[in-house]
Design a protein around this ligand. Structure first.
Ligand SMILES: [Zn+2]
Length: 401
């Protein structure tokens, strides 16, 4: 009889925080820009430069921790993770090893069949992003852009609690939604503001010990993550069945070719010679500050869904689509407040707006029209001054302005 296997998955999710400036200097975090124009002596690792912590990073990290049921480490600090790579000009990354800002949380997910499950969060820590290497095969050289160097990140490390690609996607979606509602990041996988590394092992069903795990990087869409998980599960089972060993290593997923390859053997923390960063003072989050952050937490998706049902009497289908993006929910609420017709507003958002976004491959966060303008247009249709077709043309124009 064929053996049955169980998949064990843990995730490390990096989220770029939506601060205007970098974590330890005043350089802009804006995406894009000519190479090396958002840089200064601090984020290019010049000798003698000193980092100064951006307070907003601590607030965002704490807010995400509170929203994911973590305990906040009110006295924490930064450590240096030492390694050499050309995209890392200091030869160390400022991160947190010993006292991460958030610990022991959990995120509750609901699967398609209605099953509910709690995924534990081991920790969330703050760190800085590295620069970007551009390999130029034509000129046979590599170029480096430090615009991203020093952009603030949080790394959300889960426990190995997930057992399928479906659970992984449900967990990531919940995280993405929570962080977006907090305004802590736009969480765009395709632009790298949310990145997931998948730690995966398989074991025989019923076994209590974990198998050897691999870590796969470079996953920039939910569908790539699903494909990578399926592929890695099959690869590991093949190895085990043919009597070979799974090697603990870091792998890279090539989504075009739909296969992964080994990058390097997996490092342990001791390989990085972590030590407390002597240039930064310890962080103290006072009870008052923590309370202030807690009291500023927004209405999250579940609460919004319940309120939309109660206050506007919207069908569940509409509610799910509108609350799938904080931006759409904001537009819906503000437009409804002006024109007072929730179902009409919902129809225009779900129908024509979503159709246009899809057609232009745009994200809800790219919507530029204002709730005032949408409300005016809806009122014109309702009053009979223009018809739906004209409104659709206006929406199309407004979306592009
Ligand atoms: Zn800088």
């Amino acid at each position: 009889m064929a053996k049955e296997y169980e998949v064990v998955i843990g995730l490390e999710v990096h989220v770029e925080l939506a601060t205007k400036t970098k974590i330890f200097c005043g350089c802009s975090t804006a995406f894009g820009g000519a190479p090396n124009t958002h840089t200064c002596p601090v984020c290019t690792g010049m000798p003698g430069s000193l980092p100064v912590l951006n307070k907003k990073v601590v607030e965002y990290a704490t807010a995400v921790g509170l929203a994911t049921n973590c305990t906040i480490t009110q006295n924490c600090k930064f450590d240096r993770k030492n390694y050499f790579y050309p995209d890392n000009p200091q030869n160390y990354q400022i991160s947190q090893l010993y006292l991460p800002i958030c610990r022991d949380g959990h995120v509750d997910i609901t699967l398609a069949d209605g099953t509910e499950k709690s995924i534990r969060i081991h920790e969330i820590h703050m760190e800085e992003d590295a620069g970007k290497l551009v390999h130029d095969d034509w000129e046979d050289c590599s170029l480096v852009d430090y615009n991203r160097s020093g952009v603030p990140l949080i790394e959300i490390v889960s426990e190995p609690d997930m057992r399928s690609a479906e659970e992984v996607i449900a967990y990531l979606d919940k995280l993405r939604m929570t962080v977006q509602y907090l305004g802590a990041s736009d969480c765009k996988l395709q632009e790298g503001s949310m990145r997931a590394d998948v730690n995966l092992s398989v074991r025989e069903k019923g076994a209590t010990e974990f198998g050897t795990r691999t870590e796969t990087k470079n996953l920039n869409s939910f569908s790539a993550i699903s494909r990578c998980i399926e592929n890695e599960v099959a690869r590991q089972i093949d190895l085990i069945e043919s009597g070979e060993k799974v090697i603990q290593e870091t792998r890279r997923w090539d989504d075009d070719k739909e296969y992964s390859y080994a990058m390097r053997s997996k490092e342990d923390a001791q390989d990085y010679r972590y030590f407390p960063d002597p240039d930064l003072v310890p962080i103290h989050i006072s009870d008052e500050w923590l309370e202030e952050i807690r009291s500023n937490q927004p209405e999250f998706r579940e609460e919004k869904c319940a309120r939309y049902k109660e206050e506007f009497g919207l069908p569940e289908y509409d509610i799910n689509i509108i609350t799938d993006s904080k931006k759409l929910a904001d537009i819906f609420e503000q437009t409804t407040a002006i024109c007072g017709n929730p179902k009409k507003v919902s129809n225009w958002i779900m129908g024509e707006t979503m159709r246009l976004l899809k057609e232009k491959s745009m994200d809800a966060t790219d919507i530029k029209f204002s709730p005032e303008n949408l409300a005016k247009l809806i009122n014109l249709v309702e009053g009979g001054s223009i018809n739906g077709a004209v409104l659709f043309i206006w929406l199309r124009l407004l979306l592009l302005i």
